[in-house]
Structure formats: structure tokens, C-alpha cells
Design a protein around this ligand. Structure first.
Ligand code: PLP
Length: 395
């Protein structure tokens, strides 16, 4: 085998993540590596905590990036908060809620399942019924932004309900953060995790997390040690904790943390409220474009995530062949359907740095051309025009 330096192709990433990474973030990644206990690196860690608190809208002291992807952030929340025998209500309306259930079981907890149809939001009435039927449940978990379907659930209402019944909450904001409002303190969320590669547009592999005082109290007063050594926050706090002298726990992914720092700085420079608006604005353009082409959205608009758009695959289109042509001929990546939606929808991401007019028009144009060329039933030529009309009217 002849192996030489790897040069990735230059793609436009409009799937469910990773999203396009800003050159500023890539440049940060390439700066010289320093030690994970270097005083200058400690300064960066303090700033990073501050920037993550900004993104989550929280003052939680226990806020940090887990040195691993969103799935590890999920696992970190569950293994630390769930003790053997704990009853956890998990609301599932897509793929990622299913992973939450699996995490509860593996942490020795009991799952109370609240299931909703894929493509619809978590039903607060069903959660309330489960809370009433299970007064001994201690935790409620749900996904705010279901990346498998493009559905936004009402995190504020679900958290308020859980609190009313004395439960802690674990909320997945991997795709939500930076694209739609996440207000950890105002809503009273106890444990929250996200991912670097979705609307934060950083490189994959990091998971910002944050824990309320009540969650921290449960973690520090556990009867049994956390079964994961790496994710045990009682140990991680010795490195990421505030004030105290930091001690080695694991070697932080130093350069990746430079890049997260830069990505969050970009978000703060824009203003997170402006980022939410930008996602909504370009989502509308994509929506009118697809509507004009005659393509349907899976999710009704009042529950639709702006950053993840599931479009129903039209008659006459071969799912895999279309995606492969987009990749080969347009360098454009869109996402396939997951689970029960495999072969039924495409998932088109408008996340972070990649959520802009150029990408909207590029995606509509490329899909119009490829679908038309392959003989699918669409109104050819109408999508880009509708989106351009939208931009002209609102710009
Ligand atoms: C992507 C995603 C995850 C998993 O994150 P990874 O970085 O792929 O491990 C978890 N939850 C949701 C909702 C996601 O979209």
C-alpha cells in the first residue's frame, strides 16, 4: 500500500453534522501545542468555561467541554446522575432518545418510556401522565432538537413540568445549541450536553456540558462511584474545577480546545440571539425553495428546527444515487434518513457557519439539477427562483 499525506476533498457540508468549519476555527486548530497544565492553557480553559456558559445562558460553575464527542457528553450526564435503581423518565421521539434509554439501563437505572411518533414533538401531556403515575421517578430526560427528524420540542415547558414534580432534567442540546434558544438557567435545566460539530461549527470531538447546583449535589453525594472512570465528574472536576489547583486527570485535547474557543468566540461576536435569527431566516428560504420544487417537509412548521430540515424523498428519486451524485458532482453532502426514516427523507442541515444564503441557493440548485437529471417528479427550476424571490423581498 502506498500511503502519502491525506488531503481531504473540499466539501460543502449540509447534512446533520459535522457542519462547515470556519477557516478561523481551522487556523486556531493549527497553532502550536502547549502543555495541558501550562499557565497559558489554564487561562484558555477559564475563557472557554466562560464562553460555554455564554452559549448555554448559564452561570453554572460545573461547566466544561468533555474531551469526546456529543455521545460522550450524553453518557457523562447519565453515568453521573443515574445511580443503580433510579427511575428515569425518557421521552423518545427519534433516534437519540433511544440512546438515552440505553444509557439509563447501562447505568443500572429503570426506564419509564414516554414515546412519541417520529416527526412530532415530545408531548407534554404524556410526560405529565408519566410523572403522575411514577411519583418515585427522579429524573426526566429528553432531546430538545431531534436530529433524526428535524423536530424541536418545547424544552422550557418539559423542564417546568419535571421541576413541578421534583425531578432533575437531562436535556440533549447537541443540535439545538447555537441554532435555537437554549436557556439553561431561565428554564431550570439540571444537566445539559451539546456537541462541537453542529451549530457551533467547530471540529467534531468535543462536548460542552453544564450542571446545576442540584445536579452537582446529586453527583457529589452518590452512594456508589460512577462506573466510568473517565467520565466521573468527581474526578474530572480536579482538572476543570474552579479556584483549586488543577491536577492531571487526562491530557486535554489541547488543539481541539483552541478551535472550540475560537468557534464560541465567533458565536459571541455575532451574538447568540442573532445566530438564532439567522438560522430561522435561511431556513425560511430553504423551505420556500423546496415547496416551489414540490418537495414536502416531514415536520409541521410549528415544530420545525431551522437547522435540520427533513425533506420527503420525491417519487422517482433513488435515495442513495441522488446523495452520491450530489457528493461526486457538487461536493455537497446531505444526510440520509435514520432508523424508520431511512430511504424516506433527506436531512438537510443549515448549521452554524454553513447557514447562509450561498449554501441555501447552492443546495437548491444542486438538488434541482440532480433530481431533474435523474427523472424525479419535481418542478424543475422553481426552487432557486422562489428562494431568490424570498431573499429579494426580505433583504
Ligand atoms: C449528533 C448528535 C448526538 C451525538 O453526537 P456525536 O458527536 O455524534 O457523538 C447526540 N444527540 C443528538 C441530538 C445529535 O444530533
Amino acid at each position: 500500500m502506498s500511503i502519502t499525506t491525506f488531503h481531504p476533498p473540499s466539501r460543502t457540508l449540509m447534512g446533520p453534522g459535522p457542519s462547515d468549519v470556519s477557516p478561523r476555527v481551522l487556523e486556531a486548530l493549527a497553532r502550536p501545542t502547549i502543555g495541558h497544565l501550562d499557565p497559558r492553557f489554564i487561562d484558555l480553559m477559564d475563557e472557554l468555561k466562560h464562553l460555554i456558559q455564554y452559549a448555554f445562558k448559564t452561570g453554572n460553575a460545573l461547566t466544561m467541554p468533555v474531551s469526546a464527542p456529543g455521545s460522550a457528553g450524553m453518557e457523562c450526564c447519565f453515568v453521573n446522575l443515574v445511580e443503580p435503581g433510579d427511575k428515569v423518565i425518557v421521552c423518545q421521539n427519534g433516534v437519540f432518545g433511544g440512546r438515552m434509554k440505553e444509557n439509563v439501563v447501562r447505568a443500572g437505572g429503570t426506564v419509564i418510556a414516554v414515546d412519541d411518533e417520529w416527526g412530532t414533538a415530545v408531548d407534554a401531556n404524556k410526560l405529565e401522565a408519566a410523572l403522575k403515575a411514577n411519583p418515585d421517578a427522579g429524573i426526566v430526560a429528553f432531546v430538545q432538537a431531534e436530529t433524526s427528524t428535524g423536530v424541536l420540542s418545547d424544552a422550557r415547558a418539559l423542564t417546568a413540568l419535571a421541576r413541578q414534580f421534583g425531578c432533575l432534567t437531562i436535556v440533549d442540546t447537541v443540535t439545538a445549541l447555537g441554532g435555537v434558544p437554549v436557556r439553561v438557567d431561565e428554564w431550570g435545566i439540571d444537566a445539559v450536553y451539546s456537541g462541537s460539530q453542529k451549530c457551533l461549527s467547530c471540529v467534531p470531538g468535543l462536548s460542552p456540558v453544564s450542571f446545576s447546583a442540584a445536579a452537582q449535589e446529586k453527583i457529589t453525594s452518590r452512594k456508589q462511584p460512577v462506573q466510568s472512570w473517565f467520565l466521573d465528574l468527581n474526578l474530572v472536576m480536579g482538572y476543570w474545577g474552579q479556584g483549586v489547583k488543577r491536577a492531571y486527570h487526562h491530557t486535554a485535547p489541547v488543539n481541539a480546545l483552541y478551535s472550540l474557543h475560537e468557534a464560541l468566540l465567533i458565536l459571541r461576536e455575532e451574538g447568540i440571539e442573532n445566530a438564532w435569527q439567522r438560522h430561522q431566516y435561511h431556513h425560511q428560504a430553504l423551505r420556500v425553495g423546496f415547496a416551489a420544487m414540490g418537495l414536502d417537509f416531514l415536520v409541521s412548521e410549528n415544530e420545525q428546527l431551522p437547522q435540520l430540515n427533513a425533506v420527503v424523498i420525491p417519487a422517482g428519486a433513488d435515495d442513495a444515487a441522488v446523495r452520491s451524485r450530489l457528493l461526486q458532482e457538487y461536493q455537497l453532502e446531505i444526510g440520509a434518513g435514520l432508523g424508520v426514516l431511512a430511504g424516506k427523507v433527506w436531512r438537510i442541515g443549515l448549521m452554524g457557519h454553513g447557514c447562509n444564503q450561498k449554501n441555501v441557493l447552492y443546495c437548491l440548485g444542486a438538488m434541482d439539477a440532480v433530481l431533474g437529471y435523474m427523472g424525479a417528479e419535481i418542478n424543475q427550476g422553481a426552487g432557486v427562483k422562489a428562494a431568490m424571490d424570498y431573499y429579494a423581498a426580505s433583504g
